[in-house]
Write a protein that binds this ligand. Structure first.
Ligand SMILES: *Cc1c(COP(=O)(O)O)cnc(C)c1O
Length: 255
């Protein structure tokens, strides 16, 4: 179990509220995605009881064990979850599962079956594969396009600096029937001070604003950016989804 989980969640929600207040934003515009990677089913269930409804995982392999287990805990009528759903803060009772880590095309089928939203669409090839799978199962998957804003070679994501290629890829993805693009996602570089990540967040928002003008057929409403050390700055720069692990669940053990 995680010590102080309720307090951690409260503190994170307080940080979100304060950042929104500074910018005159409504906190309901910001979804807290609790990054539960490396943490157990029990921990997810506990966080659910405390009101969280959005969870993020970064590996299909780990999620393929965890998600069905959490779901079976929730659908079991004698489960510890049932009586507690009445008084929780979040209005919806189901969990939304977010895939936030790199997805290999060969694992797309499994990911399609497990996840509700995919933040890490980082190539036309992957988008096309996912779209085909979603069409097969009669659904449309909400996705975000992951952008490598900082240009670090170690990072996944579209290289938005290579403009012609990037715009051609976006255009092709928007035409796919099985995925619905709802915005952009980025991983900021790991820096000592959150202020150093701010230009990356700002650049992602500017990129989004440009795309919204060029491709008005998509909503572009989401910006998935900000993690434990820097989500306050990300919210100030327009984040609508923050992906927070350690501030909620504590430090992760090495895999
Ligand atoms: C692990 C992870 C996070 C959360 O990081 P914390 O520093 O624990 O908040 C966010 N986004 C992605 C893609 C991750 O893999």
């Amino acid at each position: 179990m995680v010590m102080g989980l309720a307090e951690n969640i409260e503190q994170v929600q307080e940080r979100i509220s304060r950042a929104c207040k500074r910018m005159g934003r409504d906190p309901s515009e910001v979804t807290l995605v609790a990054v539960s990677k490396t943490f157990s089913v029990d921990v997810v269930v506990e966080a659910y009881r405390l009101g969280l409804r959005d969870f993020g995982e970064n590996r299909v392999e780990e999620a393929s064990e965890k998600i069905p287990n959490v779901k079976s805990r929730m659908s079991n009528p004698t489960s510890d979850l049932r009586p507690l759903t009445a008084g929780v803060r979040a209005p919806k009772s189901e969990i939304t599962w977010h895939l936030i880590g790199h997805l290999q095309s060969r694992k797309a089928r499994e990911a399609e079956a497990l996840f509700d939203v995919i933040h890490s669409v980082d190539s036309l090839k992957l988008a096309d594969k996912l779209s085909g799978l979603c069409v097969e199962s009669g659904r449309v998957m909400p996705v975000l396009l992951e952008c490598n804003v900082s240009g670090e070679e170690s990072k996944y994501g579209f290289a938005a600096a290579e403009k012609d290629q990037w715009l051609a890829d976006v255009q092709a993805i928007l035409a796919l029937p099985g995925v619905r693009v709802e915005g952009l996602m980025t991983m900021a570089p790991v820096v000592a001070d959150a202020e150093e990540a701010r230009p990356v967040f700002r650049a992602l928002r500017q990129l989004r604003d440009e795309l919204a003008v060029r491709f008005p057929q998509a909503s572009w409403r989401h910006l998935s950016m900000g993690m434990t050390d820097d989500f306050d700055a990300a919210i100030e720069e327009g984040a609508t989804m923050v992906r927070v692990g350690r501030a909620i669940f504590g430090e992760r053990r090495q895999r």
